[in-house]
Design a protein around this ligand. Sequence first.
Ligand code: ADP
Ligand code: MG
Length: 351
Amino acid sequence: MALPFVNKILGLFSHDIGIDLGTANTLVWVSGKGIVIREPSVVARHKKSKEILAIGTSAKKMLGRTPATIETIRPLRHGVIADFDATAAMLGHYIRKVHESGGVLPKIPRPRVVIGIPSGVTEVERRAVAEAAVSAGAREAHLIEEPMAAAIGAGLPIEEPEGIFVVDIGGGTSEIAVISLGGIVLGRSVRIAGDEMDEAIVSYVRLKYSLLLGQPTAEEVKIGIASGVPPEKEKFAVVRGRDLETGLPKSVKLASSEIREALAPILREIISAVSDSLEETPPELVSDIMEKGIVMAGGGSLLPGIDKIVAEETKMPVWIAPDPLTCVVRGCAKLLEDRRLLAKIRVSRSF
Ligand code: ADP
Ligand code: MG
């Protein structure tokens, strides 16, 4: 009986924490402070002893640069938990970092935590993630699915009896969901997103120029000059890599039209997943979506012109959520302020 009351009093002093545990990026929001951490979801560790050496930005710098004794892992790379220990280490690191930065005040009460995770993470893994958050110091940990969090973060009326169609293109997965009455009517997670775009650029450059690029370089090119539709002005990027014939370093100037060609098959696959989902959507909801449009979120939606291509192919209006990279964490933040809604839509929890 007294517990809710005690929790309420504690809540007045504690920091609530929202976490977007993405395949590419982890974002952390703290009540009263806003988004305090934005780092890549990467862990570097010693191969044999499994000792964690770096997490986040410092670990990403090691990607492709490690000696044989060190491995860099993207724990959620394909939208499933590839390595639970690394996932738990990353989550625990951020929760402790935020929780312990309070200064000299006692680390009581412990925070409430809401975590957005890719929808492909299994039930068993979700529970394990929630428990990992509790063992890192959370008083309560609630998990919600990424597209639902994105919709809430985008300010969409998810509890209304009307269809909402969300496409969240992240690093490892594109998550598609049709939401109505606070629930996911239809969800789809495909492993074709930003990482695949980077890989498509690597293969394109290898085939056309026999030049081997690293993934981080390919990602830079994508963010710098890629576009889904012909841009007003052609852009260029000079890249350096290894010539596969001579084995020597070589640089090549790439044009945005080449990158568009390289990315076209990836965009087609994402769009066909969107179209398939639309085909499976109940007709009443389709008519809502025709009116309200498809909402895009995630880093992949920043690709210039992607909204135009999706609109053309699906014949639906399409709009990009404001600040698409932070939608999920802002959705988690909103749920921390609305316990009723949180209880309704969470997919797993731990106390
Ligand atoms: P996740 O939720 O899976 O962690 P994010 O939503 O953080 O993923 O998006 C990360 C992906 O978005 C990466 O593949 C990154 O390269 C891509 N990205 C970021 N900015 C852009 C941009 N301007 N154009 C195209 N892709 C982008
Ligand atoms: Mg995401």
